[in-house]
Design a binder for this molecule. Structure first.
Ligand code: GLY
Length: 355
């Protein structure tokens, strides 16, 4: 079992990584949590696949366990579901000596984490991520929140979990679209900070080849994230490197109303397009773009800018709160494994997208 200590400043916690880890969760939890009652917050898909299993493991370790299930999907990251969770927590008599387990992908991690950070002004929670994206990224670092009708992640908090339990075997039931979603983030880690990881991904033949080394791949990603979060918990400096490919990615997701491209596909296009243009501008070492394209092809991710109407893109950027102060922090690669924050204005940002 790998154990990674995260010390962001406001708290200290461990990330545990091991195939089959879910079977040990009862005994591991006992080290961090002395309470009796646990509430699992999960979604309808995960509950069907693994709900009974987790419930049995925790009950056998002596915990009283309750479950709150929300519908699977981004729609659940809402004030409405949050209120539903608060009402259930009250009905179950949950207090600060109890614990929440966020058991699911990024939506559940953010939603349950935000419920934990605000219910009774904060109760302990742990993350058991069940998608690749959540295992390598969103379960670590304490970002929690919900969407509003006017935009994604507009309400939230930084609230660190007590522990993160990563069991790569839980990914064996993951649909293909979730693999590409997470894979874009894995490629991102290699591109911004870890040349060796990037080469490891290049040297794997395909997804199934990579799955043989999944524990190590996840370990490399979470170690990079741990270092960035420790240096910049509140996302005002180096943590922003994690946004590589995300600025254009968010524009693409928004333009196609979150239906044509998954988050990972949009980020893959974002990483390639900005690198193509930063290379032309002399900001990035030549041939970095072609390496990114090669890796995206290998993992069946798109890399070309789709046809989009420029006026509509301008409108999305105008309404995007990230650009409201007239400056956008774009993440640019100097080469594979090295990245930096590059300031652009709302007026010049389109040139980095080749528009
Ligand atoms: N997912 C990016 C971050 O946690 O900062």
């Amino acid at each position: 079992m790998y154990k990674v200590l995260v010390e962001p400043g406001t708290s200290t916690y461990n990330i545990y990584i091991e195939n089959g880890l879910i079977n040990k969760i009862g005994s591991l939890l006992q080290k961090d949590f002395s309470g009796e009652k646990i509430v699992i917050i999960t979604d309808s898909n995960v509950e069907k696949l693994y709900g009974d299993k987790l419930m049995d493991i925790l009950s056998n370790s002596g915990y009283t366990v309750k479950t709150i299930t929300v519908p699977a999907g981004e729609q659940s990251k809402s004030i409405k579901q949050l209120e539903h969770i608060y009402n259930q927590l009250t009905a179950l008599d949950i207090n600060r000596s109890n614990m929440i387990i966020a058991f699911g992908g990024g939506v559940i991690g953010d939603l349950a984490g935000f419920a934990a950070s605000t219910y009774l002004r904060g109760i302990p929670y742990v993350q058991i991520p069940t998608t690749l994206l959540a295992q390598v990224d969103s379960s670590i670092g304490g970002k929690t929140g919900v969407n509003l009708k006017s935009g994604k992640n507009l309400v939230g908090s930084f609230y660190q979990p007590q522990a993160v339990f990563i069991d790569p075997e839980l990914l064996s039931t993951l649909p293909q679209e979730h693999w590409s979603n997470g894979m874009a983030e894995v490629i991102k880690y290699g591109a911004i900070k870890d040349k060796e990881l990037f080469h490891m991904l290049m040297n794997s033949r395909d997804y199934s080849d990579l799955q043989q080394n999944l524990e190590q791949v996840i370990l490399k990603c979470v170690t990079i994230k741990k270092e960035l979060v420790e240096e910049d918990e509140k996302d005002t400096g180096v943590r922003m490197l994690l946004n590589f490919g995300h600025t254009l990615g968010h524009v693409i997701e928004n333009y196609f109303e979150y239906s044509l491209y998954t988050h990972g596909e949009a980020v893959a296009i974002g990483m390639c397009v900005i690198t193509h243009n930063s290379e032309k501008m002399g900001l990035t070492t030549l041939s970095t773009y072609s390496k990114l394209v090669e890796i995206c092809k290998k993992y069946k991710l798109p890399f070309e800018m789709p046809k989009m109407d420029i006026q509509k893109i301008r409108e999305i950027i105008r309404l995007d709160k990230k650009f409201s102060d007239k400056n956008a922090n774009l993440i640019v690669l100097s080469d594979i494994g090295n990245s930096y924050i590059h300031k652009a204005t709302a007026n010049t940002v389109l040139s980095y997208f080749g528009i």
